[in-house]
Design a protein around this ligand. Sequence first.
Ligand code: MG
Length: 304
Amino acid sequence: MRFASLNFAGKERVGIVENDEVLLLPEGLADVADFIALGGDGRDLVAKLRRGDTAPRVALAQAVLLAPVRRFRRDIMCTGWNYWDHFEEGRGKREGQEVDRPKAPTFFSKGPGTVIGPTDDIAFDARISAKWDYEAELALVIGRAGRSIPASQALDHVFGYFLANDVSQRDLQRRHGGQWLKGKSIDDTMPMGPTVVTEDELEVPEIRLECLLNGQVMQSALVKQMAFSIPELIAELSFGMTLMPGDVIITGTPAGVGNAREPQIFMKAGDHVLVRGTGLGELSNRLVSRDLYGASDVPAMSAS
Ligand code: MG
């Protein structure tokens, strides 16, 4: 099934996308995470609605898809360096922050204020960063709570999969003690969606993940090229730390980022960036100038 958060007739709703229609779930659910929180009651509700002929179905074209998860109980959890070709392309380009190949997954987090919908504009301000980069990623949302989840059971805790563009500000990423939070948390810069797809509709390792900048393919890789598989990521992240229903994890980006290219390529206002994945649809977003700088007295970032 494909679950969506959407705006229909001026209201935020949750629905199940079936071809070019949406089966609307009852009002009062703010996003797909709200549906996940219903647990078994949610599954019963869907079964009942699908059996009945009174289920409200509307044309997908009449709805605007929103980020599937928008109300977070905590940060989005993120994976760094999870495709070895991406780790290797960055060698010598980490401005004094070089490390050896990690033996366990690298995790960091991103603020929820980053999240935007699958076709929303990405906020852009050259004063905040001179190094705007794209990162196509497979995202997942947790469906069942767990701590110290064995890898062999990890997929039982996943509700479904979608796409994210982990737009990053490389200068901010380097500037703050080698910690990535700041360079990954600029408001309204991470498109997510378009729908949450359950595993039965996907062959996850065979998903081809791609990023196109102004129509040109910049990244293209299969999910099975990940350094640490999704079960390994969940086992390591949940080690002594409870993952909750509705938690979102993004799983790393493959090679081809702009920062590692020669010459480097950074995004600017007016650029169009598209992320797509087999069976998952696409995120299609334009960078649009917005005043993120305001009255700041931090010096504007510069390209040098
Ligand atoms: Mg990333």
